[in-house]
Design a protein. Structure first.
Length: 329
């Protein structure tokens, strides 16, 4: 993948650094493939989940994210490869008792006429050591709504109930498929706090999301899929560094046209108040800016956005090499 990854990532592929080497292995995908409708929904996919970490599984629509979760839950089989949870096969009773899942509403098929407390009571009965009703309601932000029927809930409230059902059994492994869709900003950030709380208690979370800022804010590790194949894996910082860009924010007298001629500048946006400059060589760009504009003020340098790296990765040919977790790029 020489067109995207700097040389040190290729070195990491040959000598990968295990970022979670001191944590217990919770779940494992080993060379998993799944054929669906004459195509490979998953193609030789491998990744591991470790205790106490939050892993974001990212990719465009159809990349294989939901398929991966369904396989881990034992809801779908594999055409090749091995899957295990807690040392047991996916879908076994032992694995089910220690997992919880928030699936998308269409996948979950939740009866609309049951009340919130009836749904929770039903799901609590499936587990040997469920959380108390009051704690589930509090964590999911549903206290005071327990007598509402599912069909009368807003989209965000439905998501909160699905989260409540996912945590009923106090799971050691929690699958969250688009957990904050339909939520407003305040509710989404409250959900983030609860997800972090579970991880802090040593529980493992695998989430999918189309909100890249959510993955950046929550994940210890990111796995990027495209057409069923893994195309990158690493910490959010590792993944963001793939774009090779950082952003300079400043007040400058230089025109956007002049700034675009500065070496390594990728793009320029000026709104009349501040100028934003994306560059692949931030230190060199800053030095040249200061030389060109003695009146340069309010200089700020920010990290690359996860969106930049995601677009770069998913638009590139999936046959390219895979980035491994390792030291900062």
């Amino acid at each position: 993948m020489s067109a995207i990854y700097p040389r040190d990532i290729r070195t990491m592929q040959q000598n990968p650094v295990t970022c979670v080497e001191h944590k217990a292995l919770i779940a494992s995908f080993k060379s998993v493939s799944r054929a669906m409708d004459g195509r490979l929904a998953l193609d030789d996919l491998s990744f591991d989940l470790y205790a106490g970490e939050i892993v974001a599984l990212l990719g465009p629509n159809g990349a294989g994210k939901t398929t991966s979760i369904r396989i881990l839950l034992g809801l779908s089989g594999v055409s090749a490869g091995e899957v295990s949870l807690f040392g047991h096969r996916a879908g076994s009773r032992t694995a089910r008792e220690r997992t919880g899942a928030l699936l998308q509403v269409g996948e979950a098929s939740v009866p609309e006429n049951l009340r919130i407390d009836e749904h929770i009571d039903l799901f609590r009965s499936y587990y040997p050591r469920p959380l108390p009703m009051s704690e589930i309601l509090e964590i999911a932000g549903l206290t005071g709504l327990e007598k509402r029927r599912f069909g009368k809930l807003s989209g965000g409230e439905q998501q909160r109930l699905l989260f409540a059902l996912a945590i009923c059994g106090n799971p050691d492994l929690l699958f969250l498929d688009e957990p904050t869709v339909s939520m407003d900003v305040e509710t989404r950030r409250s959900m983030w706090q609860q997800i972090r709380r579970f991880a802090a208690e040593g529980k493992t979370i695998l989430l999918t999301t189309h909100y890249l800022e959510e993955a950046d804010a929550l994940a210890d590790r990111i796995v990027v899929l495209k057409r069923g194949k893994k195309i990158a894996e690493g910490t959010p910082e590792n993944i963001k560094a793939i774009s090779g860009k950082r952003t300079i924010s400043c007040h400058t007298t230089l025109s956007a046209e002049r700034l675009r001629r500065v070496e390594a500048v990728v793009s320029v946006f000026a709104d009349g108040h501040r100028t934003l400059i994306a560059t692949s060589a931030p230190e060199a760009t800053v030095r040249e800016l200061m030389a060109l504009d003695p009146d340069l003020t309010d200089l700020e340098l920010t990290a690359a956005a996860l969106e930049d790296a995601f677009v770069l990765l998913t638009e590139h040919d999936e046959r390219s090499a895979v980035a491994s977790c390792g030291d900062a790029i």
